[in-house]
Design a binder for this molecule. Structure first.
Ligand code: C5P
Length: 224
């Protein structure tokens, strides 16, 4: 089977990551969670009290930032590491979610992470999810998907995800966070979230997880 790039973009909490992961597994491709990279950068800035609006702090933060994806020997899953430390759970916390979209507006941070994402995907055979994958990171991706879902569905799914990790968060707080991130992500100057004209839109509000995975795998097989 040939190798292609599958770019999956969309609003916060549409289930892009879990879908992309399952699509990658099915195709025998590598999954890359670009949101995890912005989240890891955010955690790094928070841990070191660095301000994204201070250019010196940004330069300092980027100089000491090393993000990687490795298989965790305990779980057998690919997880996110920040400067050698597993941060997979910590980067999903509400404190990181509340700050990440602000960090993601900073041009220098985006430049660095986009360069890393391009390196990770240069051999193709990847499924990458995010906000600007089809528009900026891989504008030539062979398959571009734009995922949407209504707010209620997204908030409920995110609440379940957090619960599974032991964090109980009020549904209204999750909704506020999703709406706020969507607003910042769609209106920022640097690589705003947009649906590019060659992307296939999939509304997952009334789709089962399996159905959305099958649909994307099918589309991928048509272009491989
Ligand atoms: O995908 P996830 O919700 O984990 O992403 C967290 C945040 O990272 C998004 O709300 C967005 O602000 C930022 N992001 C981005 N560009 C990407 C991926 C994520 O700006 N390619």
């Amino acid at each position: 089977m040939g190798k292609i790039v599958v770019a999956i973009d969309g609003y916060s909490g549409c289930g892009k990551s879990s879908t992309a992961k399952a699509v990658a597994k099915d195709l025998g491709f590598t999954y890359i969670d670009s949101g995890a990279m912005y989240r890891a950068a955010t955690l790094h800035f928070l841990n070191h009290y660095l301000s994204p609006s201070n250019p010196q702090d940004v330069a300092k933060g980027l100089k000491t930032l090393e993000i990687s994806f490795k298989i965790n020997p305990d779980t057998g899953k690919q997880e996110t590491y920040l400067n050698g430390i597993n941060v997979e759970d910590e980067i999903r916390s509400m404190s990181v979610s509340e700050k990440v979209s602000e960090i993601a507006t900073v041009k220098e941070i985006r430049k660095e992470l986009v360069a890393q994402q391009r390196r990770l995907g240069k051999s193709k055979g990847v499924v990458m999810d995010g906000r600007d994958i089809g528009s900026v990171v891989f504008p030539d991706a062979e398959l571009k998907i734009f995922m949407t879902a209504d707010l209620e569905t997204r908030a409920f799914r995110r609440q379940q995800e957090l619960l599974e990790k032991g964090e109980l968060v009020d549904l209204e707080d999750i909704k506020k966070n999703l709406v706020n991130r969507d607003r910042i992500d769609s209106s920022r100057t640097e690589s705003p979230l947009i649906k590019v004209s060659d992307a296939v839109e999939i509304d997952t509000s009334n789709l089962t997880f399996e159905a959305q995975v099958v649909q994307i795998v099918q589309l991928a097989k048509e272009v491989i």
